[in-house]
Design a protein around this ligand. Structure first.
Ligand code: CP
Ligand code: NVA
Length: 302
């Protein structure tokens, strides 16, 4: 069976645990100057319908560190020049795995249906599983473990929030979403979540000030995701009470750390002093994308 990585919720817990421990091992190897070329001769195709710094470069650099090569196609005019199915059948005859960043999650599903090689979701409107994987590695490093900790996500119940919530469910971390009314998780997601993790604590709480009082991690993301630009003005108005700033941090335990998937809009979802301050771990988080995805690349191409 082909090992696709489309949504975290579809990946068995044992495999996710394996990915995290492999990521930690590969990171330690890089620190010691060891880069085993376990993917020598393999190639990775990348199709991105949206901009990217972290996802694109961490995959390409990670692939190079593992001895493989990558081919970046931009959006490849996928679905415009030829049908997604033809694109997938053709490309998967050349490369050993594909990373896709799309507007619609259904594009990734359609591609995976026709691909002869593993497909990795590099972000869709629905989810961002690679982000969550790197984030779990970061939480493990910073806190020495994940289970029993509390993560409070302040802002939009978006692609990143969904994937992080699932990661928390898998690893026994309490997840609290503080979102404005109408911007929480949809019912379909909640039903599936509770079905997959009957014991998980997922709390939907409108007030960020109340939510952060037992937080180990305070996580935020942009109020307006890629593809939602036309909603920006309305979102800025609705999310104005959901900023991670020093006033909010005063309500959180002193040890709580701030995470953000980046890119950030300073002055909107996070204040400059907080994201650039000593409680922010956002660049450790960004670096860990690469270590986590190296483990993922090895796993899908095994
Ligand atoms: N966090 C993240 O996915 O960043 P990019 O959009 O730069 O890839
Ligand atoms: N929610 C953001 C994440 C960017 C990495 C977006 O989809 O634009």
């Amino acid at each position: 069976m082909i090992r696709h990585f489309l949504r975290l919720i579809d990946i068995p817990t044992g495999d996710l645990k394996h990915l995290l421990s492999e990521a930690a091992r590969l990171k330690a190897d890089v620190r010691r100057g060891i880069r085993p070329p376990i993917l020598a001769g393999k190639s990775l195709g990348l199709i991105f319908e949206k901009p990217s710094l972290r996802t694109r470069v961490s995959f390409e650099a990670g692939m190079a560190q593992l001895g493989g090569t990558s081919i970046f196609l931009g959006d490849g005019a996928m679905g415009k020049r030829e049908p997604i199915a033809d694109f997938a059948r053709t490309l998967s005859g050349y490369v050993d795995a594909v990373v896709l960043r799309t507007f619609h999650h259904t594009t990734i599903e359609e591609f995976a249906k026709h691909s002869a090689v593993p497909v990795i979701n590099g972000l869709s409107d629905l989810s961002h599983p690679c982000q969550a994987l790197g984030d779990l590695l970061t939480i493990q490093e910073v806190f020495g473990g994940i289970e029993g900790k509390t993560l409070v996500f302040v802002g939009d119940g978006n692609n990143v929030a969904r994937s992080v919530a699932v990661g928390c469910g898998v690893f026994g971390m309490r997840f609290i979403l503080a979102a404005p009314e109408g911007y929480g998780f949809d019912n379909e997601f909640l039903v599936r979540y509770h079905h997959s993790f009957p014991k998980a604590e997922l709390i939907l709480n409108g007030s960020p000030y109340h939510a952060v009082d037992k937080a180990d991690v305070i996580y935020t993301d942009v109020w307006t995701s890629m593809g939602q630009e036309s909603e920006r003005q309305e979102r800025v108005r609705k999310f104005s009470g959901f900023r991670v700033d020093s006033a909010l941090l005063e309500h959180a335990p002193a040890h709580a750390r701030v995470m953000h998937c980046l890119p950030a809009v300073r002055g909107e979802e996070v204040s400059a002093d907080v994201i650039d301050g000593e409680r922010s771990i956002v660049f450790q988080q960004a670096e860990n994308r690469m270590h986590a995805q190296k483990a993922l690349l090895a796993w899908v191409m095994e």
